[in-house]
Design a protein around this ligand. Structure first.
Ligand code: FAD
Length: 479
């Protein structure tokens, strides 16, 4: 019998698990994918929103602001790339000025530092912004984060502190027994005193396994362009247009790896697994972005992608026990700003909601830090040479585009969090994230994963169960 089962290993599930790992509890996290953070948490804008935008008094506003404040310390503990670069919301027409002032008011009510800048001040900070700019709202506490590392390192830290993780396991039913839950999956049955539902776009299906619910998750797709990282200085902050009923609008930002991200669109879809992109939507994203920054070098585009927002019919995060049972806890409808909010949601779910039904006894040996990651590219030439002399694997470059060494890959494979697929390796190390998108390093990634986990490269997966890359040997000896 587990004390707590967390369903879902996205940002929310990972931070719930990490917060629970401070206490003497048996905690099992279950996810249907073969890596953590493999759904919405890997396909978003990766902005640590400051909290100027959500309506004051909502859970979105509360958790966004609380989460944002945790990031500087959290990024150190989890060794995650995070930059507090600030966000700017840009008014390009006079008619947008009342909305900009309204956002300034909302920021003040939410306790978020914000400053209205004139057109000249905006252009001084962002020389490439549309010259028709009328004014902007600068929020210096907004930032950018590596979303892949955020989830993976949070889960790694939880595992280092005793949490267990089961991947490739889908929850198919939950039965309430006298004073515990039977969680049925495609692999068997688990028992738990408390269940936390952090299943993203599927959280309404999980919630309705134990009682009828009066809310629904409507998946809302967002499509993006990713540009290469060879033209620094296009934008210095995260640039947003004015928000609308469809969300925060198409932004232009640099990522923590120096790439540019342009998007997202905002369209409701019916299929909760539909992350396809389409040319018409992307063309519209491009047109909107060029209105904000006319000189975006779209010839540097290296990839497009889409993610699904778990938009709740309630219009606010649903972070509460179910109506009937205090020990069945929903962390559902976590659309944007869910990534920024996830550390605060994790803390609240663990200490206030799980803590209300189970005794939380702190562990004496809890360690909030992951083992530091070695990043050769951030070292001086002298330091890098010393590192390579100590471990020559750091001198062997596997991914030429992103300059990822074998040493970094070996480090990832030695950690508590499994890295089971080529895509997982890409998310952990950036091997395959560059211009060639794995064209050159993927064969090596396959060989490395095969040697670590399998008998043969034929067993290595690109992503989900069944996504084999190598199907036969082409140069085997004739029998
Ligand atoms: C286009 C877009 C842009 C965004 N931009 C931002 C941003 O800039 N900043 C920000 O703060 N937020 C942003 N967000 C929101 C943010 O990405 C999400 O709020 C956050 O990732 C949600 O995390 P989650 O853990 O709730 O969901 P997920 O990451 O989707 O995790 C849910 C997990 O549950 C698992 N699961 C589902 N059903 C089952 C089952 N039956 N059995 C087992 N496992 C199951 C899934 O496999 C998945 O791993 C954006 C979202 C989108 C789509």
């Amino acid at each position: 019998m587990e004390d707590v089962i967390v369903i879902g290993a996205g940002a929310v599930g990972a931070f719930v698990a990490r917060s629970l790992s401070r206490y003497q509890l048996s905690v099992l996290v279950i996810d249907r994918e073969n890596d953590v953070g493999d759904e919405t948490s890997m396909a978003n804008s990766a902005i640590v929103h400051s909290g100027y935008d959500p309506d004051p008094g909502t859970k979105k506003a509360f958790f966004n602001v609380a989460g944002n404040r945790m990031f500087p310390q959290l990024a150190k503990e989890l060794d995650v790339d995070f930059g507090q670069v600030g966000t700017m919301t840009i008014a390009i027409e006079d008619s947008q000025m009342p909305m900009l002032r309204e956002l300034m008011k909302r920021a003040a009510e939410n306790g978020v530092p914000a400053q209205l800048l004139s057109a000249e001040e905006t252009k001084r900070l962002e020389p490439n912004v549309n010259p028709e700019v009328k004014a902007s709202l600068l929020c210096p506490t907004g930032g950018i984060v590596n979303p892949f590392a955020l989830v993976a390192h949070a889960m790694e830290n939880a595992l280092d502190n005793g949490v267990r993780l089961s991947l490739c396991e889908t929850v198919i039913g939950i039965v309430r027994k006298a004073d515990f839950y039977e969680v049925r999956t495609d692999k068997g049955v688990h028992e738990a005193k408390v269940v936390v539902n952090a299943a993203g776009v599927h959280s309404d299906e999980i919630a309705s396994m134990i009682e009828p619910i009066d809310w629904k998750i409507n998946p809302r797709k967002g499509e993006y362009y990713v540009l290469d990282h060879y033209a620094p200085g296009l934008v210095n902050h995260v640039l947003f247009p004015l928000p609308s009923a469809k969300g925060k609008g198409v932004l232009v930002t640099m990522t923590t790896s120096g790439n540019y991200l342009v998007g997202p669109s905002s369209e409701f879809v019916s299929d909760k697994d539909d992350t396809a992109t389409d040319g018409m939507t992307l063309a519209d994203v491009k047109a909107q972005a060029l209105r904000l920054v006319p000189s975006i070098p779209f010839n540097q585009e290296i990839r497009v992608y889409a993610g699904l927002r778990a938009t709740p019919s309630t219009h606010d995060f649903i972070i509460e026990p179910s109506k009937k049972y205090r020990d069945f806890i929903n962390a559902a409808g976590i659309e944007s700003p869910g990534l920024a909010s996830s550390p605060a949601i994790g803390e609240y779910v663990a200490t206030k909601l799980v803590g209300a039904v189970i005794d939380l006894v702190p562990k004496a040996d809890y360690n909030p830090r992951v083992r530091p990651y070695v990043r050769p590219l951030t070292l001086s030439l002298k330091e890098r040479n010393a590192l390579i002399r100590k471990n020559p694997a750091y001198g062997y470059i596997v991914c030429q585009c992103e300059k990822v060494s074998l040493g970094e890959i070996q480090d990832v494979l030695s950690r508590s969090l499994p890295c089971l697929s080529v895509k997982a390796l890409k998310k952990r190390t950036r091997a395959g994230f560059g211009k060639c998108q794995g064209g050159f390093c993927q064969p090596q990634a396959i060989r490395i994963l095969a040697a670590h986990y399998h008998e043969t490269p034929l067993e290595v997966l690109y992503d989900r169960v069944g996504s084999h890359i190598v199907i036969d040997e082409t140069k085997k000896e004739a029998k």
